[in-house]
Design a protein. Structure first.
Length: 355
């Protein structure tokens, strides 16, 4: 079964490459992207036996219909009432758990589609990155975080346009879906800071030093806030014992991407007006990953929000390369993404085998 899934991802990446390098018809590329998002929605909706899936299904079955909601209604399995209201709306339309999973997956994939159309120079490559890096962990498992993150990603243009009210309203709405949305607030203010290539290197080094010298203080604050922010599960037991600290290879992967992005600064700014926003968001994600490196899930789940900008960054890097080198760079990225996809899929299969 694994080989079939790997082959399907390889086909997806090959199709993306064909349309990017051989076919300049943007309408055809848009159609292909739409088909991919529909297929992903069906895969999400018809999955079976994945971690957390049962919890969401039980939560849906326990959710009241819209006319039965009371002020003190509490959702099952999570605390965010916004997601329960969304489940209640779906239940009012059609009370079927499979329909519910399809609708939730469909909403996320619609937001993904709109985001790729808005920000990505090569949307088909962007969707390949999303599938490899984020789809399985989020849309097949952590459905609430997927929806909240994609809402915020689609709204980052409000940061560029300095529409603070619009951006913070989206963050507030996303907070009703998943409390991690609060992490999106600082980016609005960080984006006012001019970030040079040297600054990137300087603050990465400083954050690494501080993450170790202030490890006890960071742990104290993390544990103090854990109950209030309801992430106490992720600062206990194996989530701490299995942490790799600064040996986490994802830290160095993101640093490499950041440095590569900064090295092509002058060229990439000409390609997209969102360059500085992408770099600041990914930089913010990397700092979170470093500061919380002594916690496995906490560092991964908090940094992942703006690590999602990678689906715009990789296509941008490809376009920013000299034409003769783009196919080679694309193949290199292909190997990296294929490795990530295999790792995520195998990890999910192992989790499912123990449930």
């Amino acid at each position: 079964m694994n080989y079939v899934v790997y082959f399907l991802y390889f086909i997806l990446f090959a199709v993306a490459g064909f349309y990017v390098f051989r076919n300049t018809d943007t309408k055809k590329q848009t159609t292909v992207l739409e088909v991919i998002c529909v297929v992903l929605t069906l895969l999400i909706g018809f999955r079976d036996g994945w971690p957390d899936e049962e919890v969401y299904v039980i939560a849906f079955r326990n959710a009241p219909k819209l006319w039965d909601i009371t002020f003190h209604e509490a959702p099952f399995g999570y605390v965010e009432k916004g997601y329960m209201f969304l489940a209640s709306f779906v239940k009012t339309v059609y009370d079927n758990s499979r329909f519910y999973l399809l609708m939730m997956g469909g909403i996320s994939m619609f937001l993904l589609y709109k985001s790729l159309q808005e920000y990505c120079v090569f949307p088909l490559i962007g969707v390949c990155d999303y599938v490899a890096r984020f789809l399985l962990n989020r849309d097949f498992i952590q459905m609430r975080s997927s929806l909240a993150i994609l809402m915020i990603i689609l709204s980052i243009k409000f940061i560029y346009e300095r529409k603070a009210l619009a951006y913070f309203l989206v963050v507030l709405l996303a907070y009703q879906i998943h409390h991690m949305a609060l992490l999106a607030i600082p980016l609005y203010f960080f984006n006012n800071v001019k970030l040079s290539s040297r600054s990137v290197v300087f603050w990465i080094v400083i954050s690494m030093i501080l993450s170790q010298t202030l490890a006890n203080q960071i742990s104290m604050y993390v544990e103090d806030w854990s109950e209030d922010l309801q992430y106490e599960t992720y600062v206990q037991g194996g989530y701490v014992e299995k942490a790799l600290g600064l040996a986490n290879p994802m830290i160095y992967f993101q640093i490499f991407v950041l440095l590569l992005l900064s090295s092509r600064e002058s060229r990439l700014r000409l390609i997209t007006k969102y360059y500085d926003l992408f770099r600041m968001g990914y930089f913010y994600s990397t700092l979170i990953l470093i500061f919380f490196c002594n916690y496995t899930a906490l560092s991964g789940r908090t940094s992942t929000m703006f690590a999602t900008l990678e689906m715009f960054i990789f296509p941008l890097l490809i376009k920013g390369m000299p034409k003769w080198s783009r196919p080679y760079f694309y193949i290199g990225i292909g190997f990296v993404l294929f490795f990530f996809f295999m790792s995520k899929y195998n990890e999910a299969m192992i989790k499912m085998s123990f449930t």
